[in-house]
Design a binder for this molecule. Structure first.
Ligand code: ADP
Length: 953
């Protein structure tokens, strides 16, 4: 009897119930404890079907099939964890069922005897452990754990490592004093003394922290002394309050009321009990706004839960739960926006029943949102009808308060979670293998020497070994990489959860191992949970690579949301525009506008990108300091996988210098063109002005030359004649050029014998050649060749080239030849001399007007530098081309290719050409004599010279 009592007592303590199942009938009996676990009583009809009914709907079929197939049919031991719905209160519970079969002499199962343990608490503890390790690592706040006597850091979370700039290894050598320049050892020891003595549970203080790079930041520290396995250590949660400090200062300047608020919210931050935070929040809100009453709620399980009501300073317990869409808090859940009404009685969201109970006429409801914008709760303040109405400023103040409350609530939640998980860690030291199998991660337990004590099936599959025995590092090997010692060994005594990454194992994959020291079968051991992070790492690297690319590109990158608000900028933007990141994020890129780009451009831009196309263009923008700059912009829409427009991407390059250069170039070109026009006009006028009197001079000197008998004077007259002829020639050239430039040269075609024309042109240089003692030859296989061309231009080409050849030749001579080439479609005329030649580097410039090989003061030859320019133009006019082969002292050969017109041109064309306004009537036959001449002249000398001149001919 007594032993039975002990058994049941032991079962009660361990939450284990035993049972016996009769296989043939399906009925079972059980201990009292199993009644408790299942929530049934003695009268419960106990058979397999009713057991099945207790199973959790989601586990029901699987567990039942397991019993039927694996256990009763395949004769395996029953060993499963499963969920049930406790009959007495319909609560979901976890149990671990074990059962051994007993067989008859024929080997058929007769009975199953076993135990069922309630493992709900353990299961929850495990979840909390996992949650805690995540909270610790993922917490954006810095969390430090350090030894209670030496003060050396034990563990510091990633947020802290990142902010401080120290690695974990470096921190292990440091104590909190190394981070706190305001503290001496004595001061700090005094500060934490109440914690060590157990007089206080936690202390909160503000100080300054120093990073590895010596920079400082304001912190608020929440310090607690914790104990784990008889070892005491400090846990500190650090809040970076630099921003808050800054804000406090700003607020001071703004107004007194906000100062009060800020102080109040600092007070709130120091309180760690969430309920008290909410009460405090309402109290301050009432004070600040002069309201009559208020309530605050925590957002739990998709509901706003109100527990206390502050009415004129009295705290009254209430129990209101608001679901999404129900009343004002329900509206807050939906919108996360503040709500204000000064006529609650007629407001469509206010629930009138509640309004009557709380007796209010005006209301403000403010959501409590954390930094990520997640809803933590809300608070409301109320006024009776006789009070002043609420306004926007009230909302603003309440929102400031709400932000502080959010920080406080989150801190409190972290502390709460910590406390809970510390407890869980202690109670979960006993270990249940089958529980572990349910965890969807590879998992093992190793002792302090690295011997594998346990490995779950998932990890066995990953490692590829069925019965792992030996050191853990012998299993976790890869061809490229294998541990020879446990890399975690040093940290195994810590009694804290930690994370370690291994790379290139199990076929080149990467794992994150969360490990924690715990008790396993009465010895200290390490639980390692493996999480495959290969894919996420890869994605991370990809993202990193991309973002680095964006960070480092020399172009400015701006990403906006679909409304055009800036979400991302690369450093180039701040560097170039002078705006800080804070000034730009959330703003519209309008901030860059100079006001000088036409609205039309922006409209076109938006129309393009909204359509899903990329817009490219140039925009004049403004820096923060007012300086204007031109940028070349490319804006394209970004779509997500579903094809929805999610962002706009702008890539901008500063092209101010290019635009400047372009404008300057354009201006220079315009100027040059204008100057050139001026020059042409000037030349045209001058040459006309000079040519007119020259006609008179030449006319009279010819007469004088003939009439004068005295030899000496006759010679003088011939000098004057020669000189004025040269002058006339130059004037003709200039006139030709200006005509060409003004495009006033018209082709007048007529049929000529080119051989005869060439001979005649060359002949005019005979005298000069003879004088220089050089030869001048004409070579042609063709005796006569008739074609249609502009005779005047053709003659000019030949005489220009021969003129040059003779002029630039001192020894040897000049040979002019003509050939038909390319199936008689072209005439090839060569003017070849043995003269001074043209150096290669000057062969380009000689075609430009006024340019000569020898220029300036060192000019050796007379001439204008116009002959070749005109020749080239004339050749082009005739549809031909001109080439030069030459070298210094090697003589020169100018080759002219002229197209041959096979068909004679119709009279109509002729008439047409000669009818052109600027064209001069053309004599059809060279022999035909002029009968009448109409001559206009405004120059007196010329007017007199012409008749004399004509009379003599
Ligand atoms: P220019 O009136 O100076 O002869 P051109 O335009 O006819 O003007 O020729 C330009 C320059 O080309 C000349 O000044 C001379 O330097 C060079 N040149 C032209 N023809 C010859 C040639 N046959 N042999 C050597 N140099 C030549």
């Amino acid at each position: 009897m007594k032993s039975e009592y002990f058994l049941s007592e032991a079962q009660r303590i361990a939450h284990i119930g035993s049972y016996e199942l009769d296989v043939a009938t399906g009925s079972w009996t059980s201990s009292d404890e199993l009644y408790q676990i299942f929530g049934i009583d003695q009268n419960y009809n106990k058979n397999i079907e009713t057991w099945k009914n207790i199973l959790h709907p989601e586990d029901k079929e699987a567990i039942f099939a397991y019993l039927q197939n694996d256990v009763l049919t395949a004769h395996q031991t029953f060993n499963r964890e499963y969920r049930i719905i406790r009959v007495s209160d319909n609560e979901e519970r976890w149990v671990h069922g074990l059962g051994e079969l007993e067989f008859d002499t024929n080997g058929n199962p007769v009975k199953m005897i076993g135990t069922i343990q309630d493992i709900t608490e353990r299961k929850q503890a495990e979840e909390r452990i996992a949650r805690f390790s995540r909270i610790f690592e993922d917490s954006l706040n810095e969390i430090y754990l350090f030894e209670s006597d030496t003060l050396k850091f034990i563990q510091v979370n990633k947020a802290a490592q990142n902010n401080l700039g120290y690695t974990m290894a470096e921190l292990k050598e440091l104590t909190p004093l190394d981070l706190k320049p305001e503290f001496t050892t004595e001061l700090f020891t005094n500060l934490i003394a109440p914690l060590r003595k157990g007089e206080k549970e936690n202390i909160v203080f503000e100080t300054v922290h120093k990073r590895k790079d010596q920079s400082l930041y304001n912190v608020e520290i929440h310090l607690q002394l914790l104990e784990f396995e008889h070892e005491a250590f400090f846990a500190a949660i650090i809040l970076d309050i630099t921003e808050r400090k800054k804000n406090e200062e700003k607020i001071t300047q703004k107004n007194k009321q906000l100062l009060l608020l800020s102080k109040a919210s600092t007070e709130i931050n120091k309180v760690l009990d969430i309920k008290i935070i909410l009460q405090q929040l309402v109290k301050i809100a009432i004070e600040l706004t002069g309201s009559t009453s208020g309530v605050a709620a925590l957002y739990e399980d998709d509901k706003m839960v109100f527990t206390t009501y502050n009415n004129k300073g009295k705290i009254i317990p209430i129990d209101f739960k608001f679901e999404k869409g129900y009343g004002v808090p329900g509206w807050i859940i939906k919108t996360k926006k503040p709500y204000i009404t000064n006529d609650a009685k007629n407001d469509k969201y206010v629930i009138q029943k509640i309004r009557e109970r709380l007796n209010f006429h005006q209301l403000i409801d403010i959501p409590i949102l954390n930094k990520k914008g997640e809803l933590l709760g809300c608070f409301e303040i109320f006024n009776t009808i006789d009070k002043r109405p609420y306004n926007e400023q009230d909302i603003e103040i309440m929102q400031g308060l709400s932000a502080s409350a959010a920080v406080a609530i989150e801190n409190a939640q972290i502390i709460l979670e910590r406390k809970k998980t510390e407890m869980a860690l202690k109670t979960s030291n006993e270990f249940n293998e089958s529980l572990i199998e349910t965890i969807p991660f590879g998992l093992d337990i190793v002792d302090l020497e690295g011997n594998v004590l346990f490995m779950n099936n998932l990890l066995k599959d990953t490692v590829g070994i069925e019965n792992p025995k030996g050191k853990c590092w012998e299993f976790y090997k890869d061809s490229g990489k294998q541990c020879t010692e446990c890399p975690l060994k040093d940290e195994m005594e810590l009694g804290e959860t930690n994370i370690y990454e291994i790379h290139n194992v199990f076929g080149g994959r990467e794992y994150e191992i969360t490990y924690t020291v715990m008790n396993y079968k009465n010895q200290k051991a390490m639980l390692e949970i493996f999480r495959d992070i290969t894919e996420s790492k890869k994605a991370q690297k990809e993202i990193l690579k991309l973002s680095r690319g964006i960070e480092q590109t020399p172009a400015m990158v701006v990403i906006t949301d679909t409304d055009g608000n800036i979400e991302f900028i690369n450093p180039k933007v701040t560097e170039f525009t002078g705006y800080s990141k804070e000034e730009l994020i959330g703003k519209n890129p309008k901030i860059f506008q100079s006001g000088q780009t036409p609205q039309k451009t922006y409209k076109e831009l938006w129309d393009t990108i909204i359509k899903g196309d990329t817009w490219e263009g140039e925009i004049l923008n403004k820096r923060k300091n007012g300086e204007l700059y031109w940028e070349s912009v490319r804006i394209s829409p970004i779509f997500n996988d579903e094809g929805e427009l999610i962002n706009f991407l702008g890539i901008k390059v500063d092209i101010t210098e290019n635009i400047k250069a372009r404008d300057e170039l354009l201006a220079a070109k315009e100027k040059a063109e204008e100057t050139n026009k001026l020059k042409s006009n000037f030349l045209a006028n001058m040459s006309h002005e000079l040519r007119t009197p020259m006609v008179g001079i030449i006319g009279f000197i010819e007469i004088l030359e003939e009439e004068i008998k005295k030899p000496k004077l006759k010679e003088y007259a011939s000098f004057v004649h020669e000189a004025s002829s040269r002058l006339m020639e130059t004037l003709n050239l200039i006139l030709n050029l200006t005509k060409i430039e003004a495009e006033k040269i018209n082709i007048e075609l007529s049929k000529i014998d080119v051989i005869q024309n060439m001979k005649r042109a060359i002949k005019t240089f005979d005298k000069i050649a003879a004088k220089k003692n050089i030869y001048l030859r004409f070579e042609s296989d063709i005796k006569k060749f008739e074609t249609e061309t502009d005779e005047r231009i053709f003659d000019q080409i030949i005489s220009n080239l021969v003129n040059n050849a003779v002029k630039y030749t001192k020894r040897g001579g000049v040979t002019v030849s003509v050939n038909k080439i390319k199936n008689d479609t072209y005439l090839e005329i060569k003017v070849k001399d043995t003269g001074i030649g043209i150096p290669k580097d000057k062969q380009e410039l000689i075609w430009e007007d006024f340019r000569q090989v020898s220029e300036g003061m060192a000019r050796l030859y007379e001439g204008t530098g116009l002959g070749l320019t005109i020749t080239n133009n004339f050749v082009n006019k005739l549809g031909g081309e001109i080439k030069l082969e030459s070298g210094l002292s090697k003589g020169s050969t100018f080759t002219v290719l002229l197209p041959v017109r096979a068909k004679s041109i119709s009279t109509k064309t002729k008439e047409q050409t000669s009818n052109k306004k600027t064209g001069t009537p053309k004599t059809k036959n060279k022999q035909e004599k002029l009968k009448t001449l109409l001559y206009f002249e405004d120059d007196k000398i010329s007017l007199e010279a012409i008749p004399l001149f004509l009379k003599g001919r």
